[in-house]
Design a protein around this ligand. Structure first.
Ligand code: SF4
Length: 355
């Protein structure tokens, strides 16, 4: 929830109380001015600011009205009458907000803010895969662009991926584009998996048995693929009481070696509810900082070299600029938006993940 500040010094005082354990005071002093300006402009315009869990702490804990994961934020924004929606996250997330709120202005506070996973697959890749595996339904992770969602049967999140897979009435399915998320789902459900990719000459190739239950795609998150089983072993050696929690975009080996794996929202809930005092959180490092700020009684070990370069592009400066100049405006052709909406809506109809 955004802070309420009636002056720059009021913003600074509140930010210091919230963030002094993770952000240096000099930085807070500079950022308090921006925070105050953003809050004023947001109220003037009747805007809503959404903050993904991977935003840096001085942004995450100050200006967003809502924080969380990308789909939850887009759904919540669609239910309010606030307009414009400023999405402090990467481009595919802002597109999802536009898919669910076509009548509203959606702004992305960065020129690029891409994603290695979303960039790993195109709509043409999906169409070619459909031709290669006729009749196999296509499940697509929400971390994809709208044109890919538009040629998909149903979307999924990291939280409901297994549930969506179970809902499919077909012996074989395409599960795109995250190689590790699909492998983790296959492992959980006891299904076989093969991975499709583009070969050097651009043709489609398959690693594994093309008759496998799940056909995945060689797309990876450049952040989560960096964590290793050795990172976990080293942390456990140094801190035997550590609870290791990971995101399912990590490799199946890392997920298997963790105490718990779940979406960003589930990882946040896990830390809050767990009786453990010490955690190793294998996901984007700003989320570790955000959890530390909210759980001062818990000790979070950080692997802070692992910052997503795309999420890192969203700054307080650009958030203010987005509100002042209506940049970057997210626009989607209506036929693509409608087709993508159907895939997202089918997933929503399945309901939240049952644990
Ligand atoms: S953390 Fe990974 S999946 Fe998320 S935006 Fe960055 S590259 Fe994409």
């Amino acid at each position: 929830m955004a802070i309420q500040a009636n002056s720059v010094s009021d913003a600074f005082t509140q930010m210091k109380a919230l963030l002094s354990s993770v952000v240096p005071e000099a930085e807070l002093r500079i950022k308090a001015e921006l925070v105050y300006e953003i809050l004023k402009k947001k109220d003037e315009r009747g805007a809503i600011i959404l903050g993904h869990n991977y935003m840096e702490p001085a942004l995450f804990h100050t200006v967003p009205d809502l924080v969380g994961d990308s789909l939850g934020l887009s759904q919540a924004a669609a239910k309010t009458d606030r307009n414009p929606i400023v999405f402090c996250g990467v481009k595919f997330m802002a597109e999802t907000a536009k898919i669910l709120s076509p009548e509203k202005t959606v702004l992305l506070p960065a020129k690029e803010a891409g994603c290695s996973l979303a960039a790993a697959i195109t709509a043409q890749d999906v169409l070619d895969l459909k031709e290669m595996f006729p009749g196999a339904p296509v499940i697509t992770y929400v971390n994809t662009y709208a044109d890919v969602k538009a040629v998909t049967d149903i979307c999924c999140t990291s939280s409901n991926a297994s549930q969506v897979m179970r809902s499919i009435d077909s012996r074989q399915a395409l599960f795109l584009p995250d190689e590790y998320l699909s492998s983790n789902v296959a492992r959980e459900l006891g299904k076989s998996i093969a991975i499709a990719f583009r070969g050097p000459n651009g043709s489609l190739e398959i690693e594994g048995d093309p008759a496998a239950d799940i056909i995945g795609w060689r797309g990876r998150c450049e952040v989560h693929e960096q964590f290793t089983v050795d990172d976990i072993a080293n942390a456990r050696k140094q801190f035997p009481d550590v609870a290791v929690i990971s995101h399912p975009e990590c490799t199946p080996e890392v997920v298997a070696a963790s105490d718990y794996a779940g979406s960003t929202t589930k990882l946040v809930e896990y830390v809050k509810k767990s009786h453990s005092k010490r955690f190793l959180i294998l996901t984007e490092c700003s989320m570790g900082d955000n959890i530390i700020a909210e759980n001062p009684d818990k000790d979070i070990l950080r692997l802070c070299s692992v910052r997503c370069p795309h999420m890192n592009q969203i700054t307080l400066e650009d958030t203010l600029h987005a509100l002042q100049a209506d940049e970057q405006l997210i626009e989607l052709p209506e036929d693509i938006r409608k087709a993508a909406y159907r895939s997202v809506e089918r997933m929503i109809q399945i309901g939240p993940q049952k644990d």
